[in-house]
Design a protein around this ligand. Structure first.
Ligand SMILES: Cc1ncc(COP(=O)(O)O)c(C=O)c1O
Length: 406
């Protein structure tokens, strides 16, 4: 127990370090020494933002830059409505939506909305590592339900899910298409989640920020297609970050038909006053983004997936499930401690003065000891660079295995 009155709070000190960013200082150090670092560790796409969203900035003429409305600027919310209606979900109304500061804020709001401190939320493991930090901030306990690389990180059976439900469980949190897994839940899997939620009176928080990135003719099944069945229970988290390569614009969505919840989340939104007015001015252009933009990006990510999947799987001892969507995969490596391997890549390993940065797998698990032989990769680089990354991983594993470390 820390007693010094000027010590930071125990809960602050206990927040987990970001699995994705924790090695950043080592990458910065390598770069300062002139080393080229390929970033496979973070999902910050190199894809260009649609022109129509950038061009509109040249027309900005409001001075001063005022607050946006707390729930979102009406024109931006209208653009979101247009988007959801076009997806076929005509029931969505303006009053069901809060425009958030990225999907990240929507995740925080969702966890705050469903659980009291000490209560539990089930999450399928491995999971997006910031869920752990958001849950820790809220004092909510994430209870992991394991999935495995062998079945492409798809859902386990009903019994495996139900066995983790306790009197304290309030919600199921999931992400489809999945970060970090690349799995896309089928309609049967979504049916299962909805059925479990119904039987046990649980909320469902569906993170769909990668909705458009689904490969090989698969269908993305949204929680929106169940919302009218379970209006009190379903919450959708969404974001424009990946869809339009707008990560820095901080545009997200919290969506539910639960009126009491929207009322409460509106109070949260009011307490932080507003999202970015200029960001929403950019975002409202989404109605003008040609379909060809998203289609081209889908094709590009599928190409990248194929390059990385073929490349990494050709390395002895490396296992990678074929991603069905998003732009991530958890990759099994022939190492005992991927934290050490990832650190070594940045601090010691060089090939032609180049190296590669990977995200250690353990940060995507809540179960101690899991993920220690895995890394998460994000294929947000062009195919030439991805091929180089595969070469670097192959060579680095060889060198690493010849030292004391493997
Ligand atoms: C699964 C998932 N959810 C939510 C987010 C939040 O994204 P943003 O805050 O940029 O909208 C991310 C970002 O990487 C993500 O991968």
């Amino acid at each position: 127990m820390i007693t010094n009155k000027l010590s930071v709070s125990n809960r602050l000190a206990a927040l987990p370090v970001s699995a994705i960013r924790k090695l950043t200082p080592y990458a910065a150090e390598a770069k300062a020494k002139g080393v080229k670092v390929y970033h496979l560790n973070i999902g910050d796409p190199d894809v260009k933002t649609p022109d129509v969203m950038l061009d509109v900035l040249k027309t900005w003429n409001q001075n001063p830059i005022r607050y946006a409305q707390s729930q979102g600027e009406p024109e931006f919310v209208n653009a979101l409505l247009w988007y959801y209606h076009r997806l076929g979900h005509k029931f969505v109304q303006r009053s069901n939506i809060i425009a958030t500061v990225g999907g990240s804020e929507a995740c925080v709001m969702a966890l705050f909305a469903v659980a009291n401190p000490g209560e539990e939320v089930l999450v399928f493991e491995p999971f997006y590592s910031n869920y752990a930090t958001c849950a820790a901030i809220m004092g909510v306990k994430l209870v992991p339900v394991p999935t495995s690389i062998e079945n492409g990180f798809h859902l386990p059976d009903r019994q495996a899910i139900e066995s983790r439900i306790s009197p304290k469980t309030r919600a199921l949190l999931f992400c489809t298409p999945g970060n970090p897994t690349g799995s896309v839940y089928t309609r049967e899997e979504m049916d299962l989640l909805v059925s479990v939620a119904k039987d046990h009176d649980l909320f469902l928080i569906s993170d769909e920020v990668y909705r458009e990135y689904v490969f090989g003719g698969r269908e993305h099944v949204s929680i929106l297609s169940y919302m009218e069945q379970i209006p009190e229970q379903a919450i959708m988290v969404d974001s424009l970050s990946k869809r339009y390569s707008l990560c820095g614009a901080r545009l997200g969505v919290f969506l539910t038909l639960n009126e009491a919840m929207i009322k409460g989340v509106t109070r949260m939104a009011q307490a932080r006053l507003s999202g970015g007015l200029i960001d929403q001015f950019v975002g409202m252009q989404l109605t003008h983004v040609p379909d060809a933009y998203i289609e081209a990006v889908q094709v590009e990510y599928q190409k990248r997936r194929d390059v990385l999947y073929a490349g990494l799987n050709s390395i002895p001892g490396v296992t990678m499930a074929r991603p069905e969507g998003a732009f991530y995969s958890m990759v099994g490596l022939p190492v005992k401690d991927s934290d050490d391997f990832c650190l070594w890549l940045l601090s010691e390993y060089r090939s032609n003065n180049e190296t590669v940065m990977l995200a250690p797998g353990s940060g995507f698990y809540a179960t101690p000891g899991k993920g220690t032989n895995e890394v998460r990769v994000a294929y947000v680089l062009n195919t030439r660079d991805l091929n180089r990354c595969v070469e670097l991983v192959r060579d680095a594993l060889n060198v690493y295995q010849q030292t004391r470390r493997s």
